[in-house]
Design a protein around this ligand. Structure first.
Ligand code: XMP
Length: 512
């Protein structure tokens, strides 16, 4: 395995992901617990992450000196490289010009990291993000690549098998980065690269058993992929110590609530409490038009209902959640100070303290596509695992203005037609998210010989890799007219369909 020592970079988990992609198990440990993690894992290699601090200040975090003496290969990235330089007898200075974004390195010399990829004299694109830079290498190191802003863009000590790179090989903007990391774990550390999701599953199951012991776990199902995968994994680990509670707010897509219930009860035989709370949610939403007020009401009511159900079943010691890495990183800001709340996300935060429960979050290190892979590994149906993301507050935030049962039903029908056409056209998996929005605007139309005065439906479809940024999906005109015609003909209450052409930013994916 590989030990990744975290110094607070926003992209540390991307390093772990690249190592997993190279077929090698890795764990991320904060620098303060690195020695402990080393002793437990006995890794064949160590990677020091980047981080927001400056090596030139005394309070900034250091790597435990022990790691340099352990006799295993090491790769330092950005801050990690600077730490190696500083702690092994070189020098780091605050540069007079920072480098952010795309840069080019010129290869000076060969090394195991570049094997089969980069040769001396070549120039390659990398992604940089640094103010400080290495100014003198420690004894034993030589320069293997340079850039304009970083004379020591990459350095190597072949004897100790220590490598340092100023750029970030873990991000996609360093096109050969994944392969460089692959070289490190396979060629330098000599790992076989035969680790799979099946082993992740086995490791997590052992961890869950150890964490939970004989305790009781409760898991809130949202109907989405993440909480379902977490629940199935936990159930495999601890069986009937787990109870799932599905708070059905009546704001799901067409047929979705039934699907979740049948999947859990019939397919997996997992104890499931299905709370039909549609009336409570819709009553509470009546008269509410402000997007944040809707989100807050739904989030709070969800927690109230969940808590009441949890009490009914006699409480629990642990709360299980399908938290993913992007959720973790969005909620922890190392560098930027307090970030602005664009939207209040709906989750069961706050509950663990209220009910005195500990958290079980087995998906914390994973990205969405990895969760899908794990879901397939656990035998969840492809059609379920591949589903587009769906927001916690559901259709309520796709009905600007007042939400009612009638408007939810209209929207569900239009949305189902749109998604059916997308599936029929073979486009579902090429799109990150596609959905219909029901606008609080009525327009005039003519159908047959009569006048109509009905609602407008907007269609949205975007591509994205993580939901943080998005581009519109460029349907062809014939496709859009087919969908528009079907919706207008088949859904009473809609007489006009428009397509949303806004990327994110400046738009958000959801309308509210
Ligand atoms: P926005 O609209 O902020 O959405 O561009 C980004 C991604 O997040 C989803 N989303 C949510 N997911 N609870 C969730 O679990 C929420 O409250 C929520 N709001 C937005 C949205 O569908 C998109 O995938």
């Amino acid at each position: 395995s590989i030990l990744i020592v975290d110094f607070g970079s926003q992209v540390t988990q991307l390093i772990a992901r690249r190592v997993r992609e190279a077929g090698v198990y890795s764990e991320v440990a904060p620098f303060s617990r690195a020695v402990e993690a080393y002793e437990r894992l006995q890794p064949k290699g160590i990677i020091l992450s980047g981080g927001p601090a400056s090596v030139t200040t005394e309070q900034s975090p250091r790597a435990p000196q022990f790691l340099f003496e352990a006799g295993v290969p090491m790769l330092g990235i950005c801050y990690g490289q600077q730490l190696m330089a500083e702690q092994l007898g070189g020098r780091v200075v605050t540069g007079d010009h920072s480098e952010f974004g795309r840069a080019f390195v010129e290869i000076q010399d060969g090394c195991a990291l570049f094997d089969g990829l980069w040769a001396p004299g070549e120039k390659h694109q990398v992604w940089m993000s640094h103010g400080d830079k290495v100014d003198a290498l420690p004894p034993g190191f030589r320069i293997v690549a340079q850039s304009d802003g970083a004379p020591f863009a990459a350095s190597a000590d072949d004897e100790r098998r220590f490598y340092g790179v100023q750029f970030h090989p873990e991000v996609v903007h360093t096109p050969d980065g994944a392969k460089l990391i692959g070289n490190f774990v396979r060629k330098v550390c000599g790992l076989a690269g035969d680790w799979t999701m099946a082993e992740f599953r086995a490791t997590k199951i052992a961890e869950i058993r150890e964490q939970v012991g004989r305790g009781k776990v409760i898991c809130g199902l949202s109907g989405g992929v993440d909480s379902a995968v977490a629940a199935v994994l936990i159930h495999e680990a601890i069986g009937h110590q787990l109870t799932c509670v599905f708070v059905d707010h009546g704001l799901m897509r067409h047929g979705e609530a039934e699907q979740v219930v049948s999947l859990f009860r019939n397919h997996y035989n997992i104890p499931l409490v299905h709370v039909d709370a549609e009336a409570m949610f819709l009553d509470g939403l009546s008269g509410v038009t402000d997007p944040e007020a809707k989100r807050k009401f739904i989030g709070k009511t969800f927690i109230d209902v969940f808590e009441a159900e949890a009490k009914k079943i006699g409480g629990a010691d642990f709360l299980a959640q399908g938290t993913l890495y992007p959720d973790v990183i969005e909620s922890v800001s190392f560098t930027g100070g307090p970030s602005v709340t664009i939207k209040s996300h709906h989750n069961v935060g706050g509950l663990p303290e209220r009910m005195n429960m500990k958290l079980v979050e087995p998906l914390r290190e994973l990205f969405k596509d990895e969760v899908r892979e794990l879901g397939r590994e656990l035998g969840l149906p492809d059609a379920f695992v591949g589903r587009h993301p769906f927001p916690g507050p559901g259709l309520a935030i796709r009905i600007p203005g007042e939400v009612s049962k009638e408007r939810c039903d209209i929207l569900r029908k239009a949305d189902a037609i749109y998604l059916e056409e997308i599936r029929n056209a073979g486009l579902y998996d090429a799109i990150w998210q596609a959905f219909a929005v029901l606008l609080p605007v009525k327009t005039v139309g003519v159908m047959g010989d009569g006048r109509t005065y009905d609602s407008v439906c907007a269609l949205r479809a975007v591509t994205s890799t993580d939901g943080m940024t998005a581009d519109i999906y460029p349907f062809d005109a014939a496709f859009l007219s087919r969908v528009a015609t079907r919706i207008i003909n088949e859904v009473r209450g809609i007489n006009r369909v428009v397509y949303d052409y806004t990327s994110k930013p400046p738009g958000t994916i959801e309308w509210e």
